[in-house]
Design a protein around this ligand. Structure first.
Ligand SMILES: Cc1cc2nc3c(=O)[nH]c(=O)nc-3n(C[C@H](O)[C@H](O)[C@H](O)COP(=O)(O)OP(=O)(O)OC[C@H]3O[C@@H](n4cnc5c(N)ncnc54)[C@H](O)[C@@H]3O)c2cc1C
Length: 430
């Protein structure tokens, strides 16, 4: 119901400008081709503004859908806006839009279109273009702001005589979009700066992973559900501030939320170079919690956790929380890694067998000869060997590298698992 409610709000925000434009329609709307073009233009304008709302980390909306679904939706809506803009141009002014055209109307329209196309292309081919994530993020925000401002400049002269469209719709939507950006980039960071966190320990866990133990300074910390993540902002080094999504790896029952453990695998420049150097006493900012990747609130008699590599972090939080809450529901963890030495927290997880109704199944690609584990890659057969036939009251939580996530979707289909029982968290956003 909550998801439906949020979806209805989004759909209403997208359709409202078109409905108003139709209500006050002028002559242009009597020609079907031109009316179609104008309708596509209004829908694209509203969709682009609403996209800003989608990424402002509205917690309630994110919780209703989950971050993965929200991100997929955000991407799909960007494609939809591009298609609508293309249809708008084909219907109203066929030809390749020229950002240097003599007419201001065409110039701004062309700028909006090409900026959106560049934004989408950069997101699709960031890795192939060897564009660093931080550079991509800055370009994404700048291009998004250009799209909205150019759309505004394109539409504004067309509605100057129409108070209904001009005020609440064109100016209002533009202000909301830019306001959302300012909220996320200026207001929220300023508020978070007053809720500092301090690194109290930086632990080497092996398997190229460090655990930052952080503690709230002068405030109550944060309450979270096991499996959720935070945005960790470390000090600005170089040109760009570093803000990274990291799952909370500690128990949700630990210390009333004043202490968090964040386990970070060395994957790129930030995690390999900056994280290991962070010393006790260093201040960080934490924004969260976010995400709906959590068994809390799920009607489950049994849990199945499937982790690949560093995807173990939310699972650790789920298991430690179950232990601390005295939750004795059966739980099976399939933990896929290259070999045991690459499986962070392996010994700690083994020790949890004594405290939970817990089966731990390692799935190693390259195990030692006598090692007790499944060999090779995760498959439906591996899961079937360790799970009961009846999975009706079982919830699955899956987090790992992209190929494993894709494989798990196929495996879930082979097991006949309905999507409402499958929860996923992807660590690679772009
Ligand atoms: C919801 C979620 C939870 C996560 N939890 C963990 C965790 O518990 N432990 C862990 O080690 N990793 C986690 N990650 C992944 C982590 O955010 C990236 O590995 C980390 O940001 C790598 O940054 P880097 O600069 O060192 O590496 P890079 O080589 O620069 O980046 C590697 C990849 O990480 C992603 N990435 C990089 N920077 C960011 C950023 N600022 N924001 C978003 N994505 C970024 C990009 O897809 C990039 O291609 C999580 C990711 C998500 C989306």
């Amino acid at each position: 119901m909550r998801s439906l409610g949020w979806f209805a709000v989004f759909a209403a925000a997208v359709v409202l400008p078109l409905a108003l434009a139709w209500a006050v329609r002028g002559e242009l709307w009597s020609n079907p081709t031109l009316a179609f073009g104008a309708a596509c233009g209004w829908l694209a304008f509203a969709l682009l503004a609403a996209e800003f709302g989608l990424v402002t980390r509205v917690r309630a909306a994110a919780a209703a859908f989950g971050s993965d679904a929200l991100l997929l939706f955000h991407r799909a809506m960007a494609f939809a806006a591009l298609a609508l803009l293309a249809a708008h141009i084909v219907a109203l002014a066929p030809g390749l839009p020229n950002p240097l055209a003599s007419s201001a109307l065409e110039r701004w329209g062309a700028l909006a279109l090409w900026s959106l196309a560049a934004l989408i292309a950069l997101s699709l081919w960031r890795r192939q273009l060897r564009c660093a994530y931080e550079l991509w993020l800055v370009s994404h925000r700048v291009l998004a702001a250009v799209v909205v401002l150019a759309s505004f400049a394109h539409v504004w002269p067309l509605v100057t005589r129409d108070t209904l469209l001009r005020g609440p719709i064109v100016a209002g939507y533009t202000a909301l979009a830019l306001g959302a950006l300012a909220w996320q980039r200026l207001v929220r960071p300023a508020w978070l700066a007053r809720r500092a966190w301090e690194v109290v320990e930086n632990r080497d866990e092996g398997a190229s992973t460090r655990t930052l133990v952080v503690r709230a300074v002068g405030h109550a910390g944060l309450r979270f559900a096991p499996g959720q993540f935070v945005w960790l902002r470390t000090e600005r080094r170089g040109l760009f501030a570093q803000e990274h999504p990291i799952s909370i790896a500690s128990s949700a029952q630990l210390d009333g939320g004043r202490t968090l453990e964040l386990s970070i695998k060395a994957l790129g420049d930030w995690s390999r170079e900056l994280v290991p150097r962070m010393a006790p006493g260093e201040r960080v900012r934490i924004d969260g919690p976010f995400g709906s990747f959590t068994p809390d609130g799920q009607p489950a008699e049994r849990l199945v956790l499937v982790a690949g590599g560093i995807g173990i972090t939310p699972m650790r939080s789920i298991l430690l929380t179950m232990r601390d809450r005295g939750d004795r529901r059966p739980v099976t963890l399939f933990y896929a890694a290259n070999r045991r030495a690459r499986a962070v927290f392996a010994s700690e997880l083994e020790a949890l067998r004594a405290e939970l109704a817990f089966e731990l199944v390692f799935v190693f690609e390259d195990p030692e000869p006598a090692q007790a584990c499944e060999r090779g890659l995760l498959s439906a057969e591996v899961l079937r060997r360790h799970l009961p036939q009846d999975l009706r009251f079982t919830q699955f939580f899956v987090c790992g590298p992209a190929p494993m996530m894709d494989a798990m979707e196929r495996i879930a289909a082979q097991l006949g698992l309905p999507s409402r029982q499958l929860h996923t968290e992807r660590f690679d956003m772009v």
